[in-house]
Design a protein around this ligand. Structure first.
Ligand code: C5P
Length: 223
């Protein structure tokens, strides 16, 4: 009997569209390693700020990127990034990082420093004994894993997304980050070809996760 297939699930969408909660629900349901690439961009941004890099000064960004030692620690089902052996803390959700992250994320050199790291999470999932990988971000179905088995795109009304961040106790201008993320030249936020698009504005996390899970389960049953 053939073994179960190893699956890659890509979830893209704007800020506070529901990606992390639904990725976490799918990781539990299908035993997938969960990679939150927004937290990777946040961790690298926090490191850039610590090293005095300025997104408007490419030389300073390149110098700070030169000796970034990226590693992964698997914590339950979550793949956490480590920089120089250290796991970043709550500072990655600070106002400073919220304001700077999209500016750093628009820099092609910084994106390419994270590209092979992100693709390498599939190998981490296999060697960790997971049934697959669920990766969330802005360019997962378009650039990182364009051949992902499942591609989802989540969107929601901007006012509702701002409210979600406020409920989480965060200061975050989601519309401004979306504007920067959608208009950058390299790997802009966009709906990947063939993605299942879901409006999460009036749905609970469980309802969104159920819709996604039924798409995956139907396909796996037919496999
Ligand atoms: O998902 P989250 O809102 O935490 O992402 C923070 C920021 O990281 C995004 O606004 C975007 O600028 C950047 N990002 C990206 N590509 C990804 C994931 C996040 O550019 N795949």
């Amino acid at each position: 009997m053939p073994g179960k297939p190893f699956i890659i699930v890509a979830i893209d969408g704007g800020a506070a569209s529901g990606k992390s909660s639904t990725a976490s629900a799918l990781s539990r349901r299908f035993n997938l390693l969960h990679a939150d690439t927004g937290s990777y961009y946040r961790a690298v941004t926090s490191e850039m700020l610590k090293r005095g890099a300025d997104p408007g000064d490419l030389a300073s960004v390149k110098a700070a990127l030169a000796d970034l030692r990226l590693g992964t620690r698997i914590d339950g089902r979550l793949a956490q990034i480590e920089i120089a052996g250290r796991r970043p803390g709550a500072e990655i959700r600070s106002r400073e990082v919220n304001e700077a992250v999209s500016h750093f994320a628009a820099i092609p050199e910084l994106r390419s420093a994270l590209l092979s790291y992100q693709r390498g999470q599939a190998a981490a999932a296999r060697s960790g004994g997971f049934a697959g990988l669920v990766m969330e971000g802005r360019d997962i179905g378009s650039v990182i894993f364009p051949a992902a088995d499942f591609r989802f795109f989540l969107h929601a009304d901007p006012a509702e997304r701002e409210r979600r961040r406020v409920r989480e106790g965060q200061q975050d201008r989601v519309a401004e980050r979306d504007r920067l993320d959608s208009t950058r030249k390299t790997a802009p936020l966009s709906v990947p070809d063939g993605a299942v698009s879901i409006d999460t504005t009036r749905l609970t996390i469980a309802e969104v996760a159920d819709r996604m899970a039924s798409v995956i389960a139907r396909s796996l049953e037919g496999a």
